[in-house]
Design a protein around this ligand. Structure first.
Ligand SMILES: *Cc1c(COP(=O)(O)O)cnc(C)c1O
Length: 417
């Protein structure tokens, strides 16, 4: 038994405690508001980190960044937006906030991210069916893995459709030497508690220029017109990052490179230790020097034929909490199973690891298989659905020690019959 529980990816503060120093400064100077010196300095740190002469706006969440990017791309009710189906809901929900329709694009086998061929097929087909182009394209760096951005940008350019890169999980991942989020018109970052770096909760939008940055900033602060009183001529949002949270972000930026290096180190250990285990395959980036993923989460797939202990008990009783239990509010599931779920051996391994104090989690369920998105157009090839059925995320990040990785691998081997 492990003497502690090993989680997927936990917040990890800097050894130097800089986060607390910057928070204290905010209190000492009474900057306890959603603007101030920490917000400005954090944005400057982010600008330096992403490079490429970009502007950055710090926001209250990555979801807010997706929402504002869509608004800046002119997305309106009735419009369509192409979005990777294999993702977390924050990539697609804001499309719905705007009364627009997501058009889901399935994944390619090697990166697990948006399949460029399907993207082009979808664009052509939407134009043929609706007479209009999709308003934006959202590829997602799932688990930090870079998407095939060269081809996506080429296609987007040919049809003149803006790209919003969802690099929420891919903070610091690079393609061809450039940080993800800097290729498209916009780049989304997240600093939620479980991401590569955290502000407890927060996000940022990478913008192409000052004018666009100012527009995003304006929408993020309730779209106030320049009068001595509140005058509103557009609907805005309260999406700016708090100066307290930005203080945490400033401290975290001093260890961002260390965090990324550690995630890669953990991935490498899993790859080495699981190399000889039949039926288990670590997912790793294409053997192409342009791909430099951050391995935010380490993931594996399990052959359907592999037998795991207590496999026949999988899905036997309701799960309390798990991913459905955010904020302590458990939304009672309507049934023990759904028509699209991980294979029994995957669920059995998840339960085995749970009993061994290791958090493992199924891969994200593709959005085109989610009941809430029933009826939305989807261009599929079966890749994301079959990955969802056989994949699992393993703990990663600075809180996971070398001993933890060895322990986790031992437990996986023990679980196999
Ligand atoms: C985390 C995440 C976001 C943004 O989420 P917030 O929790 O709102 O910061 C967006 N897209 C993906 C794929 C994510 O994983």
């Amino acid at each position: 038994m492990a003497d502690k529980r090993i989680y997927l990816c936990l917040a990890h503060m800097s050894e130097s405690g800089l986060e607390q120093k910057y928070i204290k400064e905010a209190f000492d100077n009474n900057w306890v508001v959603p603007l101030g010196p920490n917000v400005n300095a954090f944005e400057e740190d982010l600008r330096n980190f992403v490079g490429q002469d970009k502007e950055v706006v710090a926001l209250s969440a990555g979801t807010a960044a997706v929402h504002l990017a869509l608004i800046a791309c002119g997305v309106q009710p009735g419009d369509e937006v192409c979005v990777q189906s294999f993702t977390f809901c924050a990539s697609s929900h804001p499309i719905k906030y705007l009364g627009a329709t997501p058009v889901f694009i399935d994944s390619e086998k090697d990166t697990w991210n948006m399949d460029p061929d399907l993207l082009e097929e979808a664009i052509k087909d939407r134009i043929a069916k609706t007479g209009r182009k999709p308003k934006a394209i959202i590829p997602v760096a799932l688990y930090g893995m870079p998407y095939g951005i060269d081809r996506i940008m080429e296609i987007a350019g040919r049809y003149d459709i803006p790209v919003i890169e969802d690099a929420a999980e891919g903070f610091g991942s690079r393609y061809d030497g450039k940080v993800l989020g800097t290729f498209g018109r916009f780049g989304v970052l997240s600093f939620n508690g479980n991401k590569m770096i955290t502000t407890s909760g927060g996000g940022a939008l990478i913008c192409p220029d000052t004018e666009t940055k100012n527009k995003i900033m304006w929408y993020a602060t309730q779209a106030r017109e320049a009068y001595p009183y509140y005058q509103h001529e557009a609907i805005g949002y309260n999406y700016r990052l708090s100066n307290i949270c930005a203080g945490i972000g400033r401290g975290q930026m001093t260890v961002a490179d260390e965090h990324i290096a550690h995630h890669k180190h953990v991935q490498k250990m899993y790859e080495e230790l699981l190399a000889g285990v039949p039926g288990i395959r670590m997912h790793s980036q294409p053997a192409d020097a342009r791909y430099d993923g951050n391995y935010w989460l380490c993931t594996l797939t399990i052959d359907e034929g592999l037998k795991i202990k207590d496999q026949e008990k999988a899905y036997g009783k309701a799960v309390i909490g798990a991913v459905g239990g955010a904020a302590g509010v458990v939304h009672q599931a309507a049934s023990l199973t759904t028509d699209c779920q991980p294979n029994d051996n995957v669920e059995a391994l998840r339960m085995f690891m749970d009993a061994a104090s290791v958090e493992a989690r199924p891969l994200w369920k593709p959005m085109h298989k989610q009941p809430v998105y029933q009826g939305c157009p989807a261009y599929t090839n079966g890749v994301s659905e079959s990955l969802f059925r056989c994949g699992l995320c393993l703990p990663s990040g600075p809180c996971v020690t070398d001993d933890d990785v060895r322990y986790i691998v031992e437990k996986i081997k023990e679980a196999i019959l």
